[in-house]
Structures are given as C-alpha cells and as structure tokens.
Design a protein around this ligand. Structure first.
Ligand code: ST9
Ligand code: ZN
Ligand code: ZN
Length: 333
C-alpha cells in the first residue's frame, strides 16, 4: 500500500466517526459492479411526466415574461424562496441526508425538511436513496442519471422514462436505516403530497398576494413556478454539465468535473470532481466557504449551535490524492 493510499484509508476511518459506518459507505463507488452484457432494456417513456415537465417549463417562460410587471418585493420574495428551497436540497437532502457529512439538531432538520419540501424534488428518502446509488454506481446502468447516456438524459430525461432495472436492483440493496430512523425524513415522506402543494406552490403564491397586493397571476408564475423551475434546472446541471464539462484536479479516472458555472448556479455544488472523490466532506470542496453559500450556511448553523461534527478532508490527503490521480490542473486557493 502506498503512503497516499494509507493516508486515504486512515482518513476514511476517521471520516466515519460515530456515524453508522454502513450509512457513509453507501456513497462510495463500487468497483465490483459490472453492467449486464447483451441488449439494453427498451426505454419506456412516461408521457404524464413529459406533459407535466413541458407545461412547467412553458409556465416558467411565461414567468420570465411577467418579471417586468412584478413588484420589487415580489422579486425579493422569489429570490428568498429560491435560496430556501436550494438549501433544502444542498444542505439538506444532499450534504446532510445523502452523505451524513455533518450532524444537524432537530430544529435545523425541521427547517431543512420544510425547505426541501419547497424544492419538490421527490421526498428526502427517495432523493437520498437515488443519490447514494448515483455515487456508488456512477456512469453505469445502475446510476439513475447515468451521464454516459448524454446531456439530456442526465439533466431531465431520466425523470421522463422508467428507470433501468439495475438502478432499482442495486438501490434495494443499499443500507438506508439512518434515513428510516430519522423522524423528520419519515414525517415528510408520509405527508409529502399535501406538504408540496402547501410549500412549493401555495405559500410562494399567497404571500405576495396577501402581504403586498401582488396580482395572483404574477404571484403564481414568478415565485412559485419560475422559481421552482430554476431550482430544478440548477440542480440538474450538477448531473449533466458537471459530469461533462470542466477539469478533474482530484481524479482523472472519473467523469464528474469542477464546473464554475454550476458552482455559481447551484450555490456551491459544482466542485463535482472533488465531491465524487471525497463524498463525505461537508464542504463538497477543497476551498471551504469560497463560492460556496451552502458551506457558509452550514458554518453559520454550527456557530449557532444547531449543527456539529462537520467532516472535512485534510489538506495533506487532498494533495496526496491530487498527485496520485489528478489531471494536473490543480490550483490551491
Ligand atoms: C427531481 C430530482 O428533480 C432531482 C434530483 C437531482 C439529484 C442531483 C444530485 C446532484 C448533487 C447535489 C447538488 C444539488 C444542487 C442543488 C442546487 C440548487 C440551486 N432504489 O420511481 P419508480 C423502486 S424530482 C431502490 O416509480 P419507475 C421504488 O421504490 C422532480 N428502489 O420507478 C418503487 O418500488 P415499489 C419532481 C427504487 O417506474 C419502484 O422501484 N419529480 C429506486 O422506473 C418503482 O419506482 C418528478 O418529476 C432506487 N434507486 O419510474 C417525479 N428507484 O413499487 C419523477 C425506484 O416497491 N419520478 N425504486 O414502491 C417518476 O415519475 C418516476 O420515478 C420515474 C421512474 C418515471 C422517473
Ligand atoms: Zn453527492
Ligand atoms: Zn454526480
């Protein structure tokens, strides 16, 4: 075993801390999986989703057209709703529930659960299960948004067709007890549909209309539908653009890349080569808070005493990995 590998092993052990080891190992790439040989199963289009997603995107375009007639308070409210729902995905479903990269107190988990519902991207349990299977089987048939199938499939197409059977087969073998025993996750799952109607559509619409007399038309199409569509696309860019374009300073043998545009639009989630190399790092980046609003948010929660035990990869380990598997494009800082 080389020095770098020994360091990585050591880091992995310490990264698990007192978190159930199974829960954190579930997001690490499985080299033993082999795609089945022979013809691929047929692609089955789910027309209901195609129609709903088309209508949503047409409504979002109409929302853009309505922006000039929205009051500044409504635009401010839309931005706030964008950031709350984005944090529900990044700090909630992603860094907390999929990767267990830090610990959150009950009030913070309740906030993140509500914020996540506002983002309407499937319930936390389903999101985290699909995301763990994405890390464990990246770029294979068992990856729900396998980027080898092209930009469109990785971005939105995977939500418009039936899943590849291997996604379900491998997903069923994942260890998800940490999610099953989290009361916030289970509560959200139980009441998901009415909660989405309330948090993703009703509250964003009713607040501008009731509080400052915005028209119902603008209130529905801008802070509700346009904001929802923007958060969806910002998230999907991580699966599409950040798996296709950018450099690979940490591991040139994997597809995920460092993509500045995605880092900006997905509030700190575009350091994707780093993230797939060190999925347990709560900052999802070597550079902490830099260009990373989600990391700033988690740090602030730690400051308030609402979060703790943030897992981090040491500088030495990062450098050892850069030297061993990087593509030579690494810049510190
Ligand atoms: C959405 C999710 O948009 C976006 C996630 C993106 C992830 C990004 C990650 C990037 C990193 C983080 C960055 C964040 C950046 C954020 C920036 C913010 C500014 N394992 O699903 P079904 C079972 S959602 C185990 O119907 P089909 C399942 O339990 C958008 N089991 O599969 C069920 O079992 P049973 C809104 C699994 O029929 C059975 O299989 N939502 C797994 O193939 C059938 O499940 C939508 O659009 C698994 N992995 O249908 C809805 N998967 O029968 C979309 C499934 O026992 N979903 N199972 O209950 C659907 O309509 C369907 O899932 C489908 C597939 C049509 C896509
Ligand atoms: Zn991840
Ligand atoms: Zn990825």
């Amino acid at each position: 075993m080389t020095e770098a590998e020994a360091l990585e092993n050591e880091q992995h052990k310490s990264s698990n801390g007192d978190v159930p080891p199974e829960a954190t190992r579930e997001d690490v790439f499985d080299h033993t999986y082999k795609e089945k040989e022979g013809p691929k199963p047929p692609v089955v289009i789910v027309w209901r989703n195609v129609i709903l997603m088309s209508l949503l995107h047409i409504s979002a375009l109409y929302g853009i057209f309505l922006i000039p007639s929205a009051s500044s308070l409504t635009l401010l409210w839309s931005t706030l709703c964008f950031f709350i729902s984005a944090l529900g995905i990044t700090a909630g479903a992603h860094r907390l529930w999929s990767h267990r990269s830090y610990k959150a107190s009950l009030p913070l988990r309740v906030f993140l659960g509500i914020a996540n519902t506002m983002a309407f991207q499937n319930d936390i349990y389903e999101w985290a299960r699909d995301h763990r299977v994405h890390h464990k089987y990246s770029e294979t048939d068992a990856d729900p948004h396998n980027a080898v199938r092209g930009f469109f499939f990785a971005h939105i197409g995977w939500l418009l067709v039936r899943k590849h059977p291997d996604v379900i087969e491998k997903g069923r073998k994942l260890e998800l007890n940490d999610l099953l025993s989290d009361k916030v996750v289970m509560f959200q799952r139980k009441y998901y549909k009415p909660s989405v109607l309330l948090m993703c559509f009703f509250i964003p619409t009713i607040v501008p209309w009731y509080m400052w007399g915005e028209s119902l038309l603008v209130s529905y199409f801008v802070p509700a539908l346009l904001r929802y569509t923007l958060v969806l696309n910002a998230t999907w860019l991580v699966n599409s653009a950040a798996h296709m374009w950018g450099n690979k300073p940490y591991d040139k043998n994997i597809n995920p890349r460092e993509n500045k545009f995605v880092t900006f639009s997905a509030i700190g989630e575009g350091f994707h080569n780093y993230h797939h190399t060190f999925p347990y790092d709560y900052a999802t980046s070597e550079f902490g808070c830099k260009l990373n609003l989600t990391t700033c948010f988690i740090d602030f929660m730690c400051f308030l005493g609402l979060a703790k035990d943030c897992k981090r990869v040491s500088h030495e380990l990062v450098l050892a990995r850069v030297q061993r598997t990087g593509d030579g494009s690494h810049r510190s800082g």
